[in-house]
Write a protein that binds this ligand. Structure first.
Ligand SMILES: [Zn+2]
Length: 144
């Protein structure tokens, strides 16, 4: 279960509309709850470094990610996951998304943006223990 405040939910969807027809990407920050659910407190926008294929790939600069992680820790927040958009494609993970996902237990939020408008937003949790058995599980999203 991913609990996300309306403001953060709107912000990540709007980000996808702004970068259309390129993919947007960013980080979800907040708390891991004891029950296995996560509570998002905010989102951090990232630049998409995939200049070669920005309409269907995304990449977050590791230096930017480390800065976001450090600033989050200063507020007592952890990285809960990542979000990106799928311009004119469904809000479902791709084989590339799975291959490039490495944060086990984290959420991967995908928003489909059709003709510049954010449509569906889905979340998937990266399950498994290593690269050989990792998989995405559908994760319920609650906008609070
Ligand atoms: Zn994707």
């Amino acid at each position: 279960m991913l609990k996300i405040p309306q403001s953060a939910y709107a912000a990540l969807r709007q980000h996808g509309e702004e970068t259309y027809p390129s993919e947007c990407c960013g980080v979800l920050l907040g708390h891991f709850d004891g029950s296995g659910s996560k509570t998002v407190l905010g989102v951090a926008r990232c630049g998409n470094t995939r200049a070669d294929s920005p309409h269907n790939r995304y990449n977050i600069d590791p230096k930017e990610l480390i800065r976001i992680q450090r600033e989050g820790r200063e507020r007592g927040e952890d990285i809960l996951g990542f979000y990106h958009s799928h311009p004119d494609h469904p809000a479902q993970w791709s084989t590339t998304d799975l291959a490039e996902a490495h944060w086990f237990g984290c959420s991967y939020v995908i928003t489909s943006v059709e003709k510049g408008k954010a449509v569906l937003t889905n979340s998937f949790e990266l399950a498994g223990t290593d690269e050989s058995d990792k998989k995405f599980l559908d994760e319920e999203t609650e906008v609070v």
